[in-house]
Design a protein around this ligand. Structure first.
Ligand SMILES: *Cc1c(COP(=O)(O)O)cnc(C)c1O
Length: 383
């Protein structure tokens, strides 16, 4: 038996501890705790990394979705297309502004928004589409941009789980009117608390978002819009700036773990790769990276035949961390009862919510840990 947490932040943070400590001391001595050059330096590095013109540090990934919606003037009477299977914040930000979510079904092999279903559900009031690159895998960004343009929609990319992922060389967060990501500790670039990032290629939208980030204020104490406090702390920015150059290495290590699972498990009877070619009698489907440039924020299995909860218990008994992301599709959440359009047709979202189980894939996973996870999955399908 080998204990395997779903995520262990310790080794990654310990490796850079001296740099974090000296950064903390520097910021403390500066007595400059709001905005300023440290935030700007981090934003500049993020913009370079993501190949975008503007990057704005904000208070959380959730606010990184809310702020673009506000900057685009989306509110009551407007509809936003979004996947029915994602983390709450994608839809929460839309509903908080009084706009209407349109629940779009997802694809069972990528877990991402199904554009054929979006095509059926787009209507005269639809103003934007908010795809999510769930578990670290990008959508087809070229098709997505074409879809948005052909329907005259704004494109807001929820890349909270996909910082560093690309589609045919285009980084996520670089093709939308806005991009958003999160530095929540479990994300690929995990911070020391809450924060997030907004990106855009458009100067005017960037300017409006910058003003909205500080209470819609410009100049000081003259308020142009009703904004809010969406600022990122310079301490957070300085610490994340230490970590950012290491992100490609972390993402590579995650991909190595995914490859290990594929190698060890894809020939095991009862286990197959998730996709159109999956074996008919498979019990567990392993996620594939169809973009080839994903970043594996999660390694999410589909466990078929109603066996998901049994596998979760089996792995827990073997001291392997695992989690259900996400057990309830958004259109079935209590708070969204009667809200939005499209809830009558999202069968894949409903089905996979019963099947998904994410297993450890974090960069510092040790050889013996990932071997124990793989052996345990093989043992489960053999019983
Ligand atoms: C984490 C996450 C968010 C929200 O990020 P926070 O920083 O936790 O506010 C939004 N969307 C998705 C898909 C996420 O995974």
């Amino acid at each position: 038996m080998v204990t395997v947490p779903l995520l262990d932040l310790g080794p990654q943070n310990e490796a850079l501890a001296p740099a974090y400590e000296s950064t903390f001391k520097e910021v403390m001595k500066s007595n400059a705790f709001i905005m300023g050059p440290r935030l700007e330096a981090f934003e500049k590095s993020c913009a370079e990394f993501l190949n975008v013109k503007h990057a704005l540090g904000v208070s959380s990934g959730t606010d990184a979705l809310l702020l673009p919606l506000m900057a685009l003037g989306i509110g009551p009477g407007d509809e936003v297309l979004l996947p029915a299977f994602t983390f709450f914040a994608t839809a929460g930000s839309v509903v908080r502004l009084g706009a209407t979510p349109v629940w779009v079904d997802v694809e069972a092999h990528t877990f991402n928004i199904n554009l054929a279903d979006a095509e059926k559900k787009v209507g005269p009031k639809t103003k934007a589409i908010m795809p999510v690159y769930l578990f670290g895998q990008s959508c087809d960004l070229v098709r997505l941009r074409q879809f948005a343009d052909s329907h005259k929609l704004f494109l807001i990319e929820d890349a909270a789980q996909s910082m560093g992922a690309r589609w045919q060389g285009h980084p996520t967060m670089s093709v939308g009117d806005f991009g958003a990501t999160s530095f929540f500790p479990s994300k690929n670039l995990g911070g020391f608390g809450d924060s997030g990032l907004v990106t855009t290629q458009d100067d005017a939208l960037a300017e409006k978002a910058r003003i909205l980030r500080v209470h819609g204020m410009q100049p000081k104490y003259y308020h142009k819009y009703v904004g809010a406090n969406f600022r990122m702390d310079p301490l957070q920015a300085a610490l994340l700036h230490v970590k950012l150059p290491h992100l490609p290495k972390y993402n590579c290590a995650r991909a190595g773990n995914a490859l290990f699972y594929h190698k060890f498990l894809s020939n095991v009877k009862g286990i197959s790769l998730n996709g159109p070619d999956a074996q008919a009698d498979a019990k567990i489907l392993l996620p594939q990276d169809f973009s080839g440039e994903g970043i594996w924020n999660q390694f999410t299995l589909r466990v078929l035949n109603g066996k998901r909860d049994a596998l979760k218990q089996f792995l827990t008994e073997r001291k392997i961390g695992c989690e259900i992301y996400y057990p309830v599709p958004l259109h079935r959440q209590e708070c969204f009862k009667g809200i939005g359009r499209g809830a009558d047709h999202a069968p894949v979202a409903e089905k996979i919510a019963q099947e998904v189980l994410s297993i450890p894939v974090f960069p510092e996973l040790a050889e013996n840990q990932r071997a124990w996870v793989a052996e345990s999955l093989a043992a489960f399908v053999a019983q």
